[in-house]
Design a protein around this ligand. Sequence first.
Ligand code: BGC
Length: 229
Amino acid sequence: MGKQTLSVDIGGSGIKVMVLDEKGMALTERDRRDTPQSPSPSAVINMVKELAATKEFDRVSVGFPGVVRNGITETAANLTPEWINFDLAAALVETLGKPTRVINDADMQGLGAIAGIGVELVVTLGTGFGSALFINGLLVPNLELGHHPFRKGETYEQQLGRAALEQSGKKQWNERLQKAIANLQHLFNFDTLYLGGGNTKFITIELPPLIKVVPNVAGLLGGIALWKD
Ligand code: BGC
């Protein structure tokens, strides 16, 4: 049997894992726990350790909700400040005893969703506002649209993140989403825009054909792409 990959998606509200086979097909169900109340590196790593304990795997792929460079987490807007410049890859190698690769969560989700044709933009609507850009399947890593100005002196994440959805309600959130899509279309002239993340279930606006909603599991299925080298 080929190598099995434990794919991990660290989110602001949930931590999800699944084991993938060599081709990236799911070998287990998706397992999920609520993100710890205070999501420090040690609390999150302990939770990943617990989720991994019942699974067999040879290597680990992680999607992390912040900028990641060479396995080191550089930002973490929706977690705790201890994540700034934390070597997550090294910490997981030590905890799980397996080779580990870490990338941004939206980048990982995109890798699980894109067709590899033309300019493809991925936006994830969850606790935060994630984004990923691909050109003929090649990733431009760590695109951070979420913290860019969008409208009314606020960023995309402030207007469209989970807190904004809860505060302003679905109707207003959908109106903002429509405006954001139009903005991004003018900026990137993408061939396809993928919308992912848990809050896509609240979308009520009609989406043009070049926009596709991707299932949440793409966040984990993208994990296999980290080992294609
Ligand atoms: C982070 C991104 C992340 C997104 C979704 C944002 O706050 O800055 O890196 O992809 O949330 O989790």
